[in-house]
Design a protein around this ligand. Sequence first.
Ligand SMILES: NC(=O)C1=CN([C@@H]2O[C@H](COP(=O)(O)OP(=O)(O)OC[C@H]3O[C@@H](n4cnc5c(N)ncnc54)[C@H](O)[C@@H]3O)[C@@H](O)[C@H]2O)C=CC1
Ligand SMILES: O=C(O)C(=O)Cc1ccc(O)cc1
Length: 366
Amino acid sequence: MIDSTFGFIGFGLIGGSIAKGIKRTNPSTRIMAYMRTRAKLEQAQRDGIVDLILDGPCESLRECDIVFLCTPVEYNASYLSEIRPYLKPGAVLTDVGSTKSDIHKVVTELGMEDVFVGGHPMAGSEKTGYENATDHLLENAYYIITPTAKSRKEDVDRMVEVAKAIDSIPIVLDYQQHDRIVAAISHLPHLIASSLVNLVKDSDDPEGRMKLLAAGGFKDITRIASSSPEMWEQICMTNTGNIIDLMDDYIEALSHIRDELHQKNGTAIYDLFDSSRSYRNSFTERARGSVTPDYSFTVDIVDEPGAIATLACILSARGISMSNIGINHNREHGEGALRITFYDENSMNAAWAQLKKYNYELIKTP
Ligand SMILES: NC(=O)C1=CN([C@@H]2O[C@H](COP(=O)(O)OP(=O)(O)OC[C@H]3O[C@@H](n4cnc5c(N)ncnc54)[C@H](O)[C@@H]3O)[C@@H](O)[C@H]2O)C=CC1
Ligand SMILES: O=C(O)C(=O)Cc1ccc(O)cc1
């Protein structure tokens, strides 16, 4: 990576994770950051991630090769003109926002198309804040790069290098195409998840039994309803056209399903489940969207303190590294299911054999 000094405006989950990822692979890079909560920046400085704390857009940004805007999308756009005076010649200004048309529009209006290259890492979580940022959050995730009409090829290449430096997978897309895609796979699903949660809230009995009994499937498809309302309001408000188009189609599909249920048309409902299952199963099963094959299996463990540590010790004693480990929260009590991912097939097979020896119950990933 030729760039060595990076500035961040906003330093939460995504800004913090990009900075940590850069520092992990390029420890000699210099990072300066601004956000409203200074205490968190001081923590980031103690962590060795932030070298210089900024009090806002200022002269120091002139040292940066790349400046990242990592606040909620509408605020990102409002920072463009404030940052412009502090960009050094040749510096790239980028963002990580989940929608792109709005910021590209402001960039064009301000005549900043030659310095701006949009970005959107396609991973994250429902959590927010620097305290949840990790150096591997964006590993194996697509990092969408949206050039302007006047972006220089070498600037797009520099963003590709940054994405690679944090082990993401760069992909260059037109910003309008980007917004239609994410409306379908991210924004409409967030609205559906939140409205479904509210449907249960409004339909529950006074004892809250729906909430009590809500199990795996419901929790799986509504996890994202715990995301930041401030961030998601801004995302939806900057992609209304695409979301409404897809929502119209979705309402029609739901209405169709309702009719089939009314007519007790089991075949139609079977076909719905059958076609969605085939299509869903054709998605490559990957952690956070990686293109690498998935080397994972699930282990049934007793839900008690130390159970995960014991399992980790058994594997590490054989020198087997895990690339990811996560609890499947489908069950409330009793045994827990742990999904473990490995870097390669050999590690996965060695782990399988080792855990079998200890009589763990193992379930292959479908
Ligand atoms: N959360 C996610 O999973 C993903 C989020 N994004 C995008 O990343 C951006 C940031 O999101 P997160 O890091 O998740 O949010 P976050 O809430 O963790 O971090 C936002 C940061 O911006 C700061 N901030 C908020 N308003 C500000 C303002 N007016 N001036 C200066 N700083 C301000 C906050 O103090 C915080 O440091 C958003 O634009 C979002 O669309 C992109 C991919 C994934
Ligand atoms: O929590 C999740 O799974 C997400 O949906 C993460 C996410 C949030 C916003 C984005 O623009 C991209 C990814």
